[in-house]
Design a protein around this ligand. Structure first.
Ligand SMILES: *[C@@H]1O[C@H](CO)[C@@H](O)[C@H](O)[C@H]1NC(C)=O
Ligand SMILES: *[C@@H]1O[C@H](CO)[C@@H](O)[C@H](O)[C@H]1NC(C)=O
Ligand SMILES: *[C@@H]1O[C@H](CO)[C@@H](O)[C@H](O)[C@H]1NC(C)=O
Length: 425
């Protein structure tokens, strides 16, 4: 009986001897950056005299219900056969430090998904382990700014976008540090980052600065209206079109100067506000032959092109126009776009014509000026009707003699018809 108790006591006390071997985790929590490196360490003692034969180190990733192997060294030999593929090539044990009693695991090219609990299990005959938590974060770094014009013109959408982890809620304030309500959308990238897009809508005409902040030191500021982009032409063919227009206008300016030197049309008041159609509108300017329609059209063009100031047109009113295409309709034989291409000396190509069509019909900043139109040419009339039907926001100004455009006049309606009077040539 006594002997049995003694044996039992001895068996029970035996683990106390092995408890001398201990593993410590001096740092239980690590935070590291996405795509960076981290070294997590466990300290063990005593350090066995013969590391190569006696030491087995296993690092595993654990949840409450499962574990996966990240790294294993068995009796001094690396054993990566059962390593989980997501850690392949990214982990190593800093073996130099084993002799000092450190089992340090380095994980490189960190992923968001490396955020987890890890266990270092160390065996020297006896075994002990500790659990360490790793959290991988991706600070929001560069903030991308975009400004979008809204369809109705007076408002702009200011957009900030950045990627990081965890999900951010960007805040906005204006130049007076007054906060501005914003909307946001969040997507996941293949790297499991959050792509956060945040936007506000503001008045384009009001001078102010707006700042979006993703974190204390990550923000971007918009200076409105200075930073609102001027619409630009997206396509070579269209750049050619613009250049050709400018060339045309230069020629016209020369003609105009010549005429002015002869003393024509000095100081005729023209109400440009009324003349220039709103986006999407058509204006028909009617006037008797030689009443000055063409001259007005030419002055419009030269003022737009930044020519000599006539005192007739206010250039700032013309600044809404980015593109002015003018067609002299006195000798037109083919359809409208064919004619535009010919007059602009553009190469006859279907794609160029399509680009031109798209540019004209889709731009609130474009004006198509048809000078001296006269209905009766079936091909031209049909092509103009088609364009007017298809055009969305383009402005159209047609000049004609009274009675020359009955169909167009009906289409335009009384509001769009302007009469040129009291202009003597
Ligand atoms: C920001 O813009 C740059 C250049 O356009 C692009 O390479 C980068 O991916 C963008 N970043 C985000 C977060 O959208
Ligand atoms: C906007 O920022 C600029 C430059 O920082 C500053 O000169 C200007 O006064 C600011 N404007 C407003 C309305 O806050
Ligand atoms: C934000 O979203 C709400 C609801 O969809 C909408 O009413 C509001 O106009 C949006 N604000 C901005 C600035 O887009």
């Amino acid at each position: 009986m006594d002997l049995t108790v003694l044996v039992v006591l001895q068996v029970m006390s035996w683990p106390c001897v092995s408890a001398l071997f201990t593993v410590q985790a001096p740092q239980r929590f690590y935070e590291a950056e996405f795509e960076g490196d981290v070294v997590m360490g466990c300290r063990f003692q005593p350090v066995p005299a013969n590391l190569h034969d006696d030491l087995t180190v296993t690092w595993q990733r654990v949840t409450s219900t499962s574990s996966m192997e990240v790294y294993r060294m068995e009796n001094g030999m690396e054993k990566l056969g059962s390593q989980d593929p997501q850690y392949r090539g990214r982990v190593r044990l800093l073996t130099d430090e084993l002799k000092d009693g450190w089992a340090k695991l380095q994980v490189s090219r960190l992923r968001i998904s490396d955020t987890a609990s890890y266990q270092c299990l160390i065996q020297i005959g006896d075994a002990d382990y500790k659990t360490i938590t790793l959290s991988v974060k991706a600070p929001y770094k560069s903030v991308n700014k975009t400004i979008q014009k809204s369809a109705d013109g007076d408002e702009v959408k200011l957009i900030c976008r950045s990627e990081g982890h965890p999900a951010a809620s960007p805040t906005w304030h204006d130049g007076n540090l007054v906060s501005v309500t914003s909307n946001k959308s969040i997507e996941r990238t293949p790297d499991q980052l959050y792509r956060v897009t945040s936007w506000i809508q503001v008045k384009a005409s009001e001078k102010n600065n707006y700042t979006c902040s993703f974190s204390e030191d990550r923000s971007a500021t918009f200076h409105i209206p200075d930073e609102i982009p001027k619409p630009h032409v997206r396509n070579d063919a269209l750049i050619i079109a613009l250049t050709a227009t400018v060339v045309l206008v230069v020629v016209i300016i020369a003609v105009l100067r010549h005429r002015r030197q002869k003393g024509n049309h000095e100081g005729q008041p023209v109400n440009l506000q009324a003349l220039l159609p709103e986006a999407g509108q058509i204006h028909l300017l009617e006037g008797a032959p030689e009443s000055g329609k063409t001259t007005i059209a030419q002055m419009l063009k030269s003022s737009w092109a930044g020519g000599p100031t006539h005192g007739l047109f206010n250039q700032s009113e013309l600044s809404v126009l980015e593109l002015l295409l003018s067609v002299d309709c006195s000798n037109v034989e083919s359809d409208l776009f064919h004619e535009i291409m010919t007059q602009l000396c553009l190469e006859e190509k279907k794609s160029t014509e399509d680009d031109l069509r798209t540019l004209l019909s889709g731009s609130t900043e474009a004006l198509l000026l048809l000078d001296g139109y006269r209905e009766g040419n079936q091909v031209l009339d049909d092509s103009l009707r088609r364009f007017l039907r298809e055009k969305k926001v383009c402005r159209v100004l047609v000049t004609a003699c009274p009675g020359h455009c009955p169909i167009l006049k009906e289409t335009v309606g009384t509001r769009g018809v302007l009469q040129l009077q009291n202009v003597d040539c």
